[in-house]
Design a protein around this ligand. Structure first.
Ligand code: SAH
Ligand code: SF4
Length: 352
């Protein structure tokens, strides 16, 4: 199988080219790197010789992620169904905010974390995405929206699509380095990248040690180990105490504000939950995103996933306020086209 052009850093690309016998001077490798990040097809790389382009196309794929379908919501949100070279499908979303455009990308096909509320995890993990396949989502969406490397149409990235980014650690870290590379790369600042995890504690520490500038987002969803274990399998491996030790380590190392995702359920929105949030987060700079739960097959049948009523939600807001917990409700963008992550791919696979 051919290799994916976008999997390689500029230095690796130079070495690769030498290995396959293309004697490209330094400048050419840089041009190729830039073309790769423009998401150009080989035919479009007009400043490379025809002969070079032919050899390159024999060794490399120029388009690891194809946009299979684009769904445009009335509020401007765009949802993408991407097809990988092996036929697997993944999804991503482009959200328009006042401050810029945020893309939500996938890091795995499926996910093996098996959170009860999530559509992605229902079929387990199929495979990891390579760095170039994660990058390809950003580049393809930038291109289809009229963006280039010099004039990018994407300002922020959240690793919040299908998959658990810390379960695909090396490829995700490589992706972050590639997408923030300035020499020919699309150069999205690491400060504008957020990685969301269900809480693989040792990997959070490992990430902290890499000194990247990214924001850490934790899918918390519960304030006791007992309830967390009921809805998130990962809680059996790492207790809240383990998780918060790792979060504190990340915070001390990076000084970056920690973001939390919290689904509003009947069982996790009591006054005790608000107090426990306050005490768990002691010493951190943090913010909570409160999320109304999206319907998935499990949400209809599992009592643990009963959504918080309007009254309960309003009361919880007050409890959080009383405890000085900073929180907002995430704007639910593109409700008419999206649903929870993982649903688009499922409905496509099931032929709905
Ligand atoms: N695996 C990572 C990132 C992908 S999931 C993680 O778990 O953080 C992205 C976000 O969607 C997570 O916060 C997850 O908890 C949330 N999510 C999953 N299913 C959901 C649902 N049915 N309704 C609302 N949010 C959901
Ligand atoms: Fe995986 Fe995140 Fe879904 Fe949990 S919520 S199953 S970690 S994608």
């Amino acid at each position: 199988m051919k290799e994916i052009l976008q999997d390689y850093s500029l230095d690796e690309l130079k070495e690769k080219l030498t290995n396959i016998g293309i004697k490209m001077p330094r400048l050419r490798a840089e041009q190729l790197y830039k073309w790769a990040h423009e998401y150009a097809k080989f035919d479009e790389m007009t400043n490379l010789s025809l002969e070079d382009r032919k050899v390159l196309s024999e060794h490399f794929e120029d388009e690891p992620v194809k946009i299979e379908k684009e769904f445009i919501s009335t509020d401007g949100t765009k949802k993408y169904l991407f097809k990988l070279l092996d036929g697997n499908l993944i999804e991503g979303v482009l959200m328009k905010y006042k401050y810029g455009n945020t893309i939500c990308v996938s890091t795995q096909v499926g996910c093996r974390m098996g959170c009860l509320f999530c559509a992605t995890g229902l079929d387990g993990m199929i495979r990891n995405l390579s760095a170039g396949e994660i990058l390809g989502q950003v580049l393809a969406v930038n291109k289809i929206n009229g963006g280039t490397v010099a004039n990018r149409q994407i300002t922020n990235i959240v690793l919040m699509g299908c998959g658990e980014p810390l379960d695909n650690f090396d490829n995700v870290v490589k992706f972050i380095k590639l997408v923030s590379s300035s020499k020919g790369g699309i150069n999205i600042s690491q400060r504008n990248i957020s990685l969301s995890t269900c809480g693989i504690a040792p990997k959070i520490r490992e990430l902290a040690d890499l000194d990247l500038g990214i924001t850490l987002t934790i899918s918390l969803h519960a304030t006791t180990d007992e309830f967390r274990k009921q809805i998130m399998k990962i809680a059996n491996a790492y207790s809240l105490a383990d998780l918060f030790e790792a979060i504190n380590y990340y915070f001390k190392k990076t000084k970056r504000r920690i973001m939390f995702e919290y689904i509003l359920l009947d069982k996790n929105t009591t006054v005790h939950d608000a107090r426990r949030i306050k005490s768990l987060c002691k010493g951190l700079s943090y913010h909570f995103n409160l999320i109304p739960i999206n319907q998935t097959p499990n949400t209809k049948v599992r009592p643990e996933l009963k959504p918080a009523s309007k009254t309960k939600t309003a009361e919880f807001w007050q409890y959080l306020k009383d405890n000085n917990v900073s929180a907002t409700t995430r704007r639910t963008l593109g409700e008419d086209i999206s649903g929870a992550c993982g649903q688009l791919r499922r409905s496509k696979m099931e032929g709905k």
